[in-house]
Design a protein around this ligand. Structure first.
Ligand code: ZN
Length: 441
């Protein structure tokens, strides 16, 4: 299937900055899905394999298996020693890596085209022939426990942990993807192998190629290296619906050494069906963009009232039946969190009547347009954008209509979504972190 994404963008925004871009989709007989986007990339190809497995699929008491398996994928296969695997990846790739989240695991590579063959051969080999030894597991367990204590971004992981813990009662979403220490310590070789055999199969994976590669080349290569791998019967991921709006607002206050600036996070929880379509998601993105733009929250709370030094807002949509909108604000020294909270809630309440204007909406649409422009100049960014679309469950051909969709969004759309998200009863969590030495005035 060929879609001319950027022609549509160009028409909607009446801009000739975009060149035409083609998005192709194909599925091999064994169920492996392939997405190819040929772009000019100076002889490079950005490609990766996305497995639909994450911590939500981990067995009870062994949260972190998916992430542990991701680490083991860099060890050895029946055909390659650890040295040879690392050596070959290092030689093939300009860069490579992997990450696991609650719902997905992604292995990504940037390669000069002449190395793509070898790189794909390695990836196909470790899809079928991974060798997992007890020694390797014990070595890697230490690495993972260290990763756990180090934390990538301590403040985010602490806050997210606190919010998840009170929000999810039935599913693994309550836990960090890496698992807690006692989980990591319990993960056995058997459970990793079981996980690998169950989820690392072609019909549970998507290959994404962006860059100097044509559709037929990508499909031929995929067929050559991944085609012979048999599909397996998959059990559908089942997630029990979590309760929404239980009427409880949890307040977490904590002092931790990693926190340098006192931070308040306010989270709204709502039914994911509010974001069912690509249009809904874009409305929400425009809404949060406007709310946090230099004109509304930032202007009032940062510039005028000098309550916060910065902040951001994010909407997470892929976790079970719940979606969340989290607003994180860094408080200025000596400012009480209650004052910040009160001011923020006032702004949110008055948002539609007082602050929301056609002009702000146009500005926000313009920002989107600039973002797409940036995207089109970076094959790597296109790669991650497409990976996000796959993760979000949107078909890439839907994605092609984004420009049209965004152009059609009206102030009324924004208002109705604001009403649905920022309802009083949706305010479910307030997490407040302070540096250890700082007590609230
Ligand atoms: Zn890791």
């Amino acid at each position: 299937m060929v879609k001319r994404l950027l022609l549509i963008l160009g028409l909607v925004f009446q801009s000739h900055l975009f060149a035409s871009l083609e998005v192709h989709e194909h599925t091999l007989r064994n169920g492996l899905r392939i997405i190819v986007v040929p772009t000019n990339a100076n002889g490079r190809v950005y490609w990766g394999i996305l497995y639909k497995v994450g911590s939500v699929d981990d067995p009870e008491c062994k949260i972190g298996v998916s992430h542990f398996l991701e680490h083991m994928m860099f060890y050895r296969t029946d055909n390659m020693s650890k040295e040879s695997l690392c050596d070959r990846l290092g030689k093939c790739c300009i860069s490579y890596g992997a990450y696991t989240n609650t719902d997905w695991t992604l292995y990504h590579h940037a390669v000069k085209k002449e190395f793509l063959h070898e790189n794909m051969q390695i990836e196909a080999d470790r899809m079928q022939n991974l060798k997992i030894t007890d020694d390797d597991i014990e070595k890697e367990r230490k690495v993972i426990l260290e990763e756990k204590t180090r934390g990538v971004t301590p403040i985010n992981s602490h806050m997210e942990g606190a919010v998840r813990h009170v929000m999810y009662l039935y599913s693994n979403y309550a836990y960090p993807t890496i698992g807690h220490k006692h989980h990591i310590e319990r993960i056995s070789r058997r459970s990793i192998i079981k996980h690998y055999k169950k989820y690392y199969v072609p019909n549970n994976a998507t290959l994404i190629f962006v860059g100097d590669i044509q559709k037929n080349e990508a499909i031929e290569l995929a067929e050559k290296y991944f085609g012979p791998i048999p599909s397996k019967e998959l059990t559908r991921r089942e997630i029990v619906d979590e309760p929404i709006n239980t009427g409880i607002t949890s307040v977490v206050e904590k002092s931790i050494p990693e926190i340098k600036i006192q931070t308040l996070e306010v989270t709204y929880t709502f039914d994911k069906s509010i974001l069912a379509t690509l249009k809904d998601c874009n409305v929400a993105a425009l809404l949060t963009g406007i709310l946090f733009s230099p004109t509304v929250v930032s202007k009032i709370m940062k510039d005028e009232k000098k309550l916060i030094s910065g902040g951001n807002v994010s909407i997470v949509t892929y976790r079970g039946n719940i979606a969340l909108c989290s607003v994180s604000m860094q408080l200025r020294g000596g400012i009480s969190r209650h004052v910040v909270e009160e001011e923020f809630l006032k702004i949110v309440q008055d948002f539609c009547n007082k602050f929301l204007t056609e002009e702000l909406l146009i500005n926000e649409k313009e920002k989107k347009k600039n973002f797409w422009k940036f995207l089109m100049d970076s094959p790597e960014a296109i790669f991650y954008d497409i990976a996000d679309a796959v993760k979000g469950g949107f078909t890439v051909c839907d994605m092609n209509n984004r420009a049209k969709i965004v152009a059609s969004i009206t102030l009324d759309d924004i208002k109705s979504t604001a009403f649905k998200i920022f309802k009083k009863e949706n305010l479910t969590h307030k997490v407040y972190y302070t540096p250890v030495s700082c007590s609230e005035p």
